[in-house]
Design a protein around this ligand. Structure first.
Ligand SMILES: Cc1ncc(C[n+]2csc(CCOP(=O)(O)OP(=O)(O)O)c2C)c(N)n1
Ligand SMILES: [Mg+2]
Length: 323
């Protein structure tokens, strides 16, 4: 990784965190409603993985704001989507869990736990069938590995040697349920090991995540079939805005926050990449400005017209659908 890329990754991590604190604030004031799942604490994973997997199709979970921005979606259009405004990436009809941008090969955001995994398998099959080498990456939580669709997806992706990275964000919790209460082990990679190579990585270290995903991408592009990456991470906030998260002790939270991914990336910039403090500050200020501008844009954008309710229901270009 070169200095420029390291600085870019830091920028997106800071942008992600500030964006989400702003989203949290505007949820409290009622500007944002519905579900809101924050990625705070997990930015190294979200930004490191997406920056490594620059091309190819990307499928994520409902905790996807930071990934969407790292993929190139404008902060203002993401914030407007959270506000339910017509200028949002899904024209205000998807909200936080349905950020979607086919022009950037970003296919959500899925409200169904693990629902994105079989979709990604289908997409990887299409990529292989068409002889396109970029492949697909699907991101999901530790909780999603307990669903049947997950195992079916491992099976068929492996049997057909599909170009697919399974990226498991293991934050040890599915809402308030600690993973070992519903899974026989902490490492979810053990479930994938009979089917494909598995790699474990420190999900609080953006550089390690970046390098692991980059290497995995090279492998899937060489036709070696799927790879499973498990990144251990930690979310700082509750599961969603309706969860105070008080099932975790202060000691557990202290350990979790002591590995702060943004602080670690900042130290790497200063000590390893030779970035000076002035540059770090200017990246932080740029992120702050982008968030302020995003909020202003979202707040001043119009609501969708009622007629929008009838848009995007049927596929107008599909001959087999009656419109
Ligand atoms: C099929 C399905 N079952 C249950 C839910 C309710 N639900 C929403 S999030 C969640 C926990 C998922 O945890 P995990 O996969 O570890 O992801 P994390 O939230 O930790 O990122 C559950 C059970 C759902 N949305 N979909
Ligand atoms: Mg989880």
């Amino acid at each position: 990784m070169n200095k420029l890329l390291a600085e870019e990754i830091y920028y997106y991590m800071v942008l992600g965190r500030r964006f989400e604190y702003a989203a949290k604030e505007h949820y409290m004031t009622g500007d944002i409603s519905g579900f809101l799942h924050l990625d705070i604490g997990q930015e190294a994973l979200s930004v490191g993985a997406v920056k490594a997997f620059e091309k190819g199709d990307l499928f994520s979970t409902y905790r996807e704001h930071v990934m969407a921005m790292a993929r190139g979606m404008e902060p203002r259009a993401v914030m407007a989507e959270l506000f339910g405004k017509v200028t949002g990436v899904s024209r205000g009809k998807g909200g936080s869990m349905h950020l979607f941008d086919p022009s950037r090969f970003f296919y959500g955001g899925d409200a169904i736990v693990g629902g994105q995994i079989p979709n990604a398998v289908g997409c990887a099959y299409a990529r292989k069938y068409k002889g396109e080498e970029d492949g697909v990456m699907v991101v999901f939580g530790d909780g999603a590995t307990n669903g049947g669709a997950f195992f079916e997806s491992l099976n068929i992706a492996s049997a057909w040697r599909l170009p697919l990275i399974f990226l498991c964000e293991n934050n040890r919790y599915a809402i308030g349920t600690e993973i070992t209460r519903v899974s026989p082990f902490l490492q979810q990679a053990k479930k994938a090991a009979p089917y494909m190579p598995t790699i474990e990585v420190d999900g609080m270290d953006a550089i390690a995540v970046y390098e692991t995903v980059k290497e995995a991408q090279r492998e899937i592009q060489n036709g070696h079939g799927p790879i499973f990456i498990e990144a251990f991470t930690c979310r700082y906030e509750g599961h969603s805005m309706s969860d105070p998260g008080n099932y975790r002790s202060p000691q557990e939270m202290q350990i979790c926050k002591s590995k702060d991914p943004i602080e670690r990336m900042k130290s790497a910039l200063l000590e390893k990449f030779g970035t000076d403090r002035q540059m770090v500050e200017s990246l932080e200020q740029r992120a702050e400005k982008a968030v302020e501008e995003a909020v202003e844009f979202a707040a001043s954008s119009p609501e969708p017209e009622p007629s929008e309710l009838y848009e995007d229901i049927f596929c107008k270009r599909c001959g087999n659908v009656v419109s």
